[in-house]
Write a protein that binds this ligand. Sequence first.
Ligand code: UFG
Length: 328
Amino acid sequence: MAVLVTGGAGYIGSHTVAALLEKGEEVVVLDNLQQGHREAVTGGRFYEGDLRDEEVLDRVFRENSIDAVIHFAASSLVGESMKEPGKYYHNNVYGALCLLEAMNRVGVKRIVFSSTAATYGEPDSVPIRETDRTQPTNVYGETKLAMEKMIRWYEVAHEFRFVSLRYFNAAGAHESGRIGEDHRPESHLVPIILQTALGQRSHISVFGEDYPTEDGSCVRDYIHVSDLSDAHILAVERLRRGEDSAIYNLGNGEGFSVKQVIEIARRITGRDIPAVIEARRAGDPAVLVASSDKARAELGWNPHRSNLERIIESAWAWHQSRPQGYND
Ligand code: UFG
C-alpha cells in the first residue's frame, strides 16, 4: 500500500518523502508546486496538481492503492496570512475539506496532519503541552487549528483516524545533502542567517531585543527536519496499528534566542554574519518551547539530530553546496 504525501515537494514534505522511501514505503506525491520544488521530490510517483481540483484528487486515489495520507500542502507564512486571510482560508481550510471529502469517497481514513505550534498563540506557560489552550494570534495558526478540528469531526462522523503533529521551529537539511530548505521569498531565521554568511545579504535583522527573555530577543525551539520526518513515519505506523487519534507536539524542549542562534552560526560557518537590531515583527510570541514528552512516550519518537549545532551544520552544508537553492 502507498502513502500519499500532499505538499511532498515542500521543505518538510520532501524530507518526509525521502524518509519514507528510505523505509521502503511506496510513495505518491501531490503538489501544486506553488511553494514546492519538483527537484526536491527524490522518488515515488509525482502528480502536479491542486487539492482543490476534485478531478486530480480522485485520479490520484483511483490510480494508486493508498492506505494513509500525510497532509502537508498548505500556505504557511504567518506575516502573509495576516495580509491575505482569504488565501489561507481557501488554500488551507477549503483545501483540507476537499482532501477529506476525496478520502471519504474512496474510504481512505488514516491521516497524519502537519500542524503547528502557532495553534497555541501566546502561551500561558512553557514548555507548552498538548492540553494547553489553543488561541492562535495569527490567521495561519487559526486555519491550521480549523483544519485539525475539521479532521476531528470526520472522525466522529466517518470513523477517520488522525495524528496531528504540531511542529515548533523546523530547521536543518537532509544528511545526503540532496535536499534542504529553500523558501521563496525566504523568511525563516536559519536560512536567512546562512544566506548572510554566504554574503547574499548584507546583514541579519534581529526582530526586537526588548522581549522578556535573557538577552531580549525571541526564544524558539529548533527541531531538525529529519527528526520531524521520523515522527511522521511513526504516526503512519500508529494509525496502521489501529490506535487512537492523537495530537503531539514536536520540539526539542530547549529554547534558543535569536542572538544565540546567530552566535552559533558564526562559530560553525567561521563568517562574520553582521546583525542589526530592528523593531519587533508583528505577531511574534516571546518564547515558544515544546514539551514533547507525549510524542516520546506514545510514538516512541527520539529526536536525536536536534542539537542546534548539528542542525546548523546540516543546513550550512546544504547552503554551501546549493547557494541558489533548487534550480527551478
Ligand atoms: N527572526 C529574526 N529575523 C529574521 C527572521 C526571523 O529576528 O530575519 C526571528 C523571528 O522574529 C522569530 C525567530 O527569529 O522570533 C524565528 O522566526 P522564524 O520566522 O524562523 O520562525 P517563527 O517562529 O516565526 O515561525 C515558525 C514557522 C511557522 C510556525 C511557527 C510555530 O515558520 O510556520 O514557527 O512556532 F507557525
